[in-house]
Design a protein around this ligand. Structure first.
Ligand code: 5GP
Ligand code: ZN
Length: 114
């Protein structure tokens, strides 16, 4: 997808700190971390948001959660706890319209979010 910052990161056109990659997904450190661990997990195929998920493209979401579990363990937050969250649309504060899952941990997280 042209003009998508996360597609450019997947392609290596924009540098990132990669933490995981396989044939379906890519995970990298958030440039503006909100917690000691803040990783973004994205599908390699461009999907704009949760609103664009359908029967054909949604299989990757389960795969993303499996990767989140592995990454959390590797980064040492599996036992202390973590949050996986996807913002959808303006009220949720979505700023990048390539679906992404924030993996946050390493501190006590507030609930409910603001
Ligand atoms: P959203 O607000 O859409 O849920 O989250 C977008 C996230 O992408 C933000 O946490 C922001 O810091 C992160 N982000 C935006 N641009 C870049 C970038 O070029 N590199 C990295 N690593 N993260 C980015
Ligand atoms: Zn994209």
């Amino acid at each position: 997808m042209d003009n998508c910052i996360f597609c450019s990161i997947i392609q290596g056109k924009i540098p990132s700190q990669k933490v995981y990659e396989d044939d379906q997904i890519f995970a990298f450190k958030d440039i503006n971390p909100e917690a000691p661990v803040h990783v973004l997990i994205i599908p390699k195929k461009h999907i704009a948001s949760i609103n664009e998920l359908d029967e054909d493209n949604s299989q990757v979401i389960g795969h993303i959660y499996g990767a989140a579990k592995k990454i959390a363990k590797e980064l040492g937050i599996a036992e202390s706890g973590y949050r996986v969250v996807a913002n959808c649309g303006s009220d949720a504060g979505q700023t990048v319209f390539h679906i992404h899952f924030h993996l946050l941990g390493g501190r006590s997280l507030n609930w409910p979010p603001g």
